[in-house]
Design a protein around this ligand. Structure first.
Ligand code: NAP
Length: 253
């Protein structure tokens, strides 16, 4: 199958985890992949595996987005798909969260998504149509202790996505925008929670997190990538402003 055959796709945050799995799946489905990340060396490695190319990119910088989109249009002639998978988490009680940490999370997760949509949509219109996939979380649907900055950012991504989707659709712009809401997915980001644990504590936390999901396991990055692929491809041609939950039943209870 080649569900993205002939399409030029940018994955912003492609060096690791969900973004890496998405870039590899996009390439396997026929897309020309441009992998971007703040971790430029990591993005290069992924781009190599995708047969595409890479750019260093801080999603919180408007100038970076302008440069990335211009470079893609210059080299490939068009941009039709954007998956914004870059993100950071911050795991601290609300009362211990500094305003600097709160803003740092919003800058990457919210401003990065806003700037990406803003930069890519006009290019997609010039290309005759496109699809943007944002990454929220189950933490963008429900509150969670010690995750106030992250929950605030992911809730914002959810409604930013819907607002953009409605605005573009009502304006006749051929750009769909949808969000994906993963549960716990086994990636380097999720593993940061284990940093200071001894092996017994780590084992317990791993099992506890699995039990939070009725399917009693963690998700895999590839499982999220498959939903991103659906939203990026013409299979979802009548889907915009939708939130797609990939969480083994976590938020269904
Ligand atoms: P990951 O493995 O840490 O990958 C995120 C990538 O984004 C990393 O390569 C990271 O680089 C990069 N990045 C960080 N800040 C950036 C910036 N300012 N500009 C460009 N790239 C930047 O994390 P992941 O688990 O795949 O997460 C991907 C997305 O899914 C995030 O939005 C996350 O919030 C969301 N999500 C994850 C889970 C989960 O359980 N894993 C659950 C729900 C939602 P560095 O490594 O150098 O920082």
């Amino acid at each position: 199958m080649s569900r993205l055959s002939g399409k030029v796709a940018c994955v912003a945050g492609a060096a690791s985890g969900i973004g890496k799995a998405t870039a590899l799946l996009f390439a396997a489905e026929g897309a020309r992949v441009v992998a971007t990340d703040i971790n430029a060396a990591g993005a290069e490695l992924v781009a190599k595996d995708c047969g595409g190319w890479a750019l260093a990119h801080d999603v919180g910088e408007e100038g970076d987005w302008t440069r990335v989109v211009a470079e893609i249009e210059r080299r490939e002639g068009r941009l039709q798909v954007l998956a914004i998978t870059a993100g950071i988490e911050h795991h601290t009680p609300l009362l211990a969260t500094s305003i600097e940490d709160f803003r740092r999370v919003q800058r990457v997760n919210v401003e990065g998504t806003f700037l990406g949509i803003k930069a890519a949509a006009p290019a997609m219109r010039r290309a005759g149509g496109g699809a943007i996939v944002t990454i929220s979380s189950v933490a963008g649907l429900n509150g969670a202790a010690n995750l106030s900055a992250y929950c605030a950012s992911k809730g914002a991504v959810r409604l930013l996505t819907k607002a953009a989707a409605v605005e573009f659709a009502q304006s006749g712009w051929p750009v769909r925008v949808n969000s994906v809401h993963p549960g716990f997915i086994d990636t380097p980001m999720a593993r940061t929670m284990f940093r200071n644990l001894d092996p017994d504590q780590a084992k317990q936390l791993e099992a506890h997190i699995a039990r939070l999901h009725p399917m009693n396991r963690w998700g895999r990055a590839e499982e999220v990538a498959r939903t991103i692929l659906y939203l990026a491809s013409d299979d979802s041609s009548f889907v915009t402003g939708a939130e797609h939950i990939v969480d083994g039943g976590y938020s269904a209870r």
